[in-house]
Design a binder for this molecule. Sequence first.
Ligand code: SF4
Ligand code: SF4
Length: 453
Amino acid sequence: MGSLVPDVLSAIYNNTMHSFNTGFDSKNPPSAELLSACVHCGFCLATCPSYRVIGKETDSPRGRIYLMDAINQGQASLDSVTSQHFDSCLGCLACVTTCPSGVRYDQLIMAVRPQVERNQPRSLHQKIIRSLIFNLFPYPERLKLFLPLLWFYQNSGLQSLFGKMGILKLFSANLAAMESLLPAVDLKSLQVNFPTLVPAQGTKRYRVGMVLGCVQQLFFSPVNAATIRVLSANGCEVVIPPHQGCCAALPAHQGQEQQAQTLAKQMIDNFAETGVDYIIINAAGCGHTLKEYGSILQDDPQYRQKGQDFSKKVRDIQEFLVEIGLSVQLSPISEGSLTIVYQDACHLLHGQCISAQPRTLLQQIPNVILKEPIDAALCCGSAGVYNMLEPEVAEELGRQKLENLLATGAQMIASSNPGCSLQIVKAMKSKGQVIPLRHPIELLDLAISGDKI
Ligand code: SF4
Ligand code: SF4
């Protein structure tokens, strides 16, 4: 493997050389051609959040690429040790942005995750946690049944009692992490029912479809409402197909291939007869997955082309608004100046190369002064459900991200992803320093309506 192979990686090789079950299975293993593009320069290490916290080569992009290559060649096995190094990857894609050789680590890790899920048995505890996540979060109708229970838990004093006693942490660090991310439950979100068609205000410019998201639908419905108002105000007729589920981001990021394909097909079918020019989404992680339907459904002859056609129409709301240009005047949203720090969501910045657009929109609001944090491109630790599955690494990243955001002295944080928002709010609560956090589209909505924060 050459002199660049670090000691820790050699140790894994030595441990696994004699293992009986070596190699990946034959269903879409990581491509040898993609692996060979890596020249092992190590430039990506400095921008990798798992390497930043864990500090081991095996938990860096280069180390994982070595490992994939070794497993591909049957020199190492996919076992509990090697799987952990793939599990520790946040899938933030910072390494893809950084890599001067254009290594498609995104495609590599997307090929490996299903291999881990198929071939590496999980502990009973992990099976229960994962089953809870994958059977609950992508299904808004099931989540709705839980909302009253969660509301009772938060408002009866049980949550603070459990928190003081540290019961959940004793029982399961993953469950405790899940609970600590829970936003204040608002039962009004159970009654939110958007119309299936919202007319454009003024001259109609476009007919767009809107994806509501699963977690976004229940815990961030004001962001969806703001998105619809902003689109309509800017001359878009908004089509909102009913009974929408998850876009497939959650299972796709964790290698749950079949579930991801089923959900992607349902989403495509939901929009099939709508005749929209574009499909709009306001959550970074969902947008990235919606743009990947062609590859998620690449083995499905009936849906491959439909997936590609669907993805071509997908736009992040901020990307879309900058593309078409605002057709309305914006008013100040604060009496005096308002300093805002924008937090880049990885699946916008690295996954969709969207960084200028949210800043452009925020800077168009009168009186807004935009601040830039250091390490803006480093993941906050949310990464889909990573902060529930790998809570220790995630917490440290959340702490670092918050420190950098607050160091700007901004009065408010703007974030375009529900997962990042929950992660940052959690870090603020732990630190005991809470400042307002809003989606940029909520601020734009205020600037259009003329209301103040
Ligand atoms: S992935 Fe790219 S940046 Fe990282 S070691 Fe390989 S070639 Fe270098
Ligand atoms: S996707 Fe993110 S966490 Fe994973 S190897 Fe790349 S930079 Fe590191």
